[in-house]
Design a binder for this molecule. Structure first.
Ligand code: R5P
Length: 299
């Protein structure tokens, strides 16, 4: 038993929190999160956190604003009750995509979310956060904030599922996705290619190949960090089929699937899989192992 470590969750991730607790030999504690009749947040730890390190496992979907506030309240409540340290494991961390003012007057959310963590939590662990214009976690976080990656668990899943590697290729749908495509391809032991994406609006993208690769007769596994409207994935799938791909598979780390995206994607793809950072029927790859590896080394 790891002394003095308690793992809990708030509204999401109960299974993941229990698996983490069991694997690192810590105690799992339930936290009651509900509302008073007037709508105020009610939060109650079902155990004594005094003198303990508390690990809160919570995803920022399906309700990112609520998740943020619940984490702030839970962390402060733990400190009020004498907890020594609060570590948040956020399988999906929201607010990272609004990292600049795209239109005058808009709120730049990423540094504000980071500020709430900096002021209320001791440490953050998350998985494949959307680092685009913010390049490193330490650009906005002053607390230890580590970005873990699901590359290994995705690579293991692909290698097991598609054993015939001869006609297998990993594809990234835009240049940012090279960090997943390259590494997953290395783990599986196959080639990869990365497309060029032009984004015209939040719902309209175009993709093209940037190098001469032969997709004829191949099984193409397209990997991306976030699947939101699904348009990026769909365009990459259409392009792959045009170039002769036999099977096209989509794998997303964070399957947000907004605006009926999953149904739209099903018409194009042979299979769609996601990591369980956001709960969805397509979850086939377990994020708990990513946190367990890190927490076994240090909390
Ligand atoms: C963007 O840079 C991300 O990596 C994803 O490609 C993007 O969020 C996907 O969005 P959508 O599914 O709406 O095309």
């Amino acid at each position: 038993m790891v002394k003095n470590v308690i793992v809990t969750n708030l509204n999401t991730c109960e299974k993941t929190a229990k698996k983490i607790a069991k694997s690192i030999d810590a105690v799992y504690m339930k936290t009651e999160v509900s509302t008073f009749p007037d709508g105020d947040l009610y939060l109650k730890f079902k155990g004594d956190v005094k003198g303990k390190k508390l690990i809160i496992v919570e995803s920022f979907q399906p309700n990112s604003t609520k998740a943020m506030m619940d984490i702030v309240f839970a962390s402060n409540a733990a400190k009020q009750q004498g907890a020594k340290k609060v570590v948040v494991c956020a399988p999906y961390l929201a607010f990272m995509r609004q990292d600049k003012m795209f239109n005058a007057g808009e709120c730049v959310s990423a540094p504000i979310m980071a500020k709430l963590f900096n002021e209320n939590v001791d440490k953050l662990l998350t998985v494949d956060p959307h680092l685009h214009r913010i390049l490193k976690m330490k650009d906005v976080f002053t607390i230890p904030a580590k970005n873990l990656t699901a590359n290994q668990v995705i690579g293991d899943f692909v290698a097991k599922k598609y054993k015939a590697k001869k006609n297998l290729m990993i594809m990234g749908p835009d240049w940012e996705s090279y960090q997943w495509a390259d590494e997953i391809a290395r783990i599986v032991g196959v080639e990869d290619t990365v497309l060029h994406k032009d984004r015209h609006s939040s719902r309209n993208v175009d993709v093209k190949l940037t190098e001469k690769v032969d997709l004829k007769g191949k099984t193409i596994v397209i990997v991306d960090d976030i699947i939101s409207t699904g348009n990026t994935m769909i365009k990459a799938c259409i392009k792959s089929r045009k170039l002769g791909a036999k099977k096209v598979i989509a794998i997303g780390v964070h399957g947000l699937f907004v605006e009926n995206a999953f149904k739209k994607m099903e018409k194009h793809f042979d299979d769609i899989f996601t990591v369980n950072t956001v709960q969805h029927d397509s979850n086939k790859i377990d994020v708990a192992d990513v946190f367990i590896e890190e927490l076994s080394k240090r909390i």
